[in-house]
Design a protein around this ligand. Structure first.
Ligand SMILES: [Zn+2]
Length: 407
């Protein structure tokens, strides 16, 4: 079986960290100079590992194995949040590189075909998971047309500045691949809390969101009697409170919901608010639970509207992201590899965060592996994992890749 080289793996991860390093973190958003430098460095590493490497027209770096036979694709994303951690997607990218090297160094697995990939803009500077969408043929001209970042930079200008405007875009050949494996830090506390080394992901949670609008009557806060008010904020508080009381009754074990944005107009202490908005977002691994959350909100709106006062309406705040189920067969291989390398110190678990595998699973079978995040912290300069856990995760991935391809 292949044996990964932990020193080489860690040295490469640390080199990647140095590109865009700030304090203990990394600033390497998609198409920044640092991001493109990291991609050129990765391309060179893929070539040194014997892969045929290309940076495509949206910035994906794909290293293709020259070996014959059906291939596995392994990787993640090397772009970061505006102030990101050093491991986030980088871990899975360097795992892909190291797995191809380890397989090539083992006479028993030398003939197996593994392609390595670093996907572009998973972190949504212009369009979340742009790279994986593009590889699967899901990145439409409409999505691209007015894509811009939060500072108003157009995607088309960013592509030009990165020197990618004329580079061909790669679309994956479905016939070539058995599927895609992505490793990632957990970005949550569960593995560390339970003292486990590996999480085999069962599904990636879906999410939905509603924009709730409250139409009232703006008026004087001193002279308008309570009984006749149409107070937009009172309706907002009532609905928000009811959501927090009613959602637990239909929630799954790891459901989460957030009301992260509220607007009250005109926003003055002496004025009964005439208008308000509240954004609600909810996530769960089950479509039924997401449906139940939406049904609950519409029942609560009807109940509060029936009392008079401000009128509440709701509209989708975003396109629903369906939960993505990881491939059963791949999961079995990952479980066997985890068992072999950790004994009982692994578990199956859903992913609460979204990942490229959530996009690619609509194109071909996918599976994911997690390693523990220290303190459960991610998307922050403090993000970190233990070296031993980093090495262990890569060995599990290499063993699983060999057994999937050897089957
Ligand atoms: Zn990530």
């Amino acid at each position: 079986m292949p044996k990964i080289n932990a020193d080489r793996l860690l040295a490469d991860l640390r080199h990647l960290r140095s590109i865009g390093a700030v304090d203990n973190g990394v600033v390497r958003p998609a198409f920044s100079e640092e991001d493109m430098e990291a991609r050129r460095w990765l391309k060179a590493q893929y070539e040194a590992a014997g892969l045929e490497a290309t940076i495509d027209g949206v910035g994906n770096v794909l290293g293709r194995s020259p070996n014959a036979g059906t291939a596995l694709l392994i990787g993640s994303h090397s772009d970061t949040q505006p102030t990101g951690g050093w491991l986030d997607g980088a871990l899975g990218v360097v795992y892909g590189l190291e797995v191809t090297r380890a397989l090539r160094e083992d006479p028993e697995t030398r003939h197996l075909a593994v392609d390595a990939v670093s996907l572009q803009d998973e972190e949504s500077r212009f369009f979340g998971c742009m790279g994986s969408r593009s590889l699967c043929g899901f990145f439409t001209p409409e999505m691209e047309a007015d894509a811009q970042d939060k500072d108003g930079v157009l995607l088309s200008d960013a592509l030009r500045d990165a020197g990618l405007r004329d580079a061909p875009r790669i679309q994956l050949d479905r016939e070539r691949y058995l599927g895609f494996l992505e490793a990632h830090i957990e970005q949550g506390p569960h593995l560390e809390e339970d003292g486990l080394g590996i999480g085999v992901v069962t599904s990636i949670v879906g999410l939905g969101g509603l924009r709730l609008k409250f139409d009232g009557q703006q008026n004087h806060a001193g002279t308008t009697m309570m009984a006749i008010r149409k107070d937009a904020s009172a309706a907002l508080y009532a609905l928000a409170n009811a959501i927090n009381e009613e959602f637990p009754k239909v929630a799954g074990e790891r459901s989460v919901w957030t009301m992260g944005r509220a607007v009250i107009e005109p926003g003055a202490a002496s004025i009964v608010p005439g208008y308000a908005e509240l954004d609600l977002q909810y996530r769960d691994k089950s479509t039924e639970v997401l449906d139940a959350f939406e049904a609950t909100v519409s029942r609560l709106i009807d109940e509060i509207n029936a009392r008079g006062g401000a009128k509440i309406t709701s509209e989708p705040a975003r396109v629903r992201v369906a939960p993505a189920h990881m491939d059963e067969g791949f999961r079995r291989h990952l479980a066997v590899a985890a068992q072999k390398n950790t004994g009982e110190m692994w578990t199956e678990m859903p992913s609460g965060a979204f990942h490229d595998a959530g996009v690619i699973s609509e194109f071909m079978p996918c599976a994911m592996l997690f390693i523990p995040s220290i303190g459960g912290i991610s998307h922050d300069f403090a993000e970190d994992s233990h070296d031993d856990d980093i090495a262990l995760g890569c060995q599990v991935l290499a063993d699983a890749a060999a057994s999937i391809l050897g089957e």
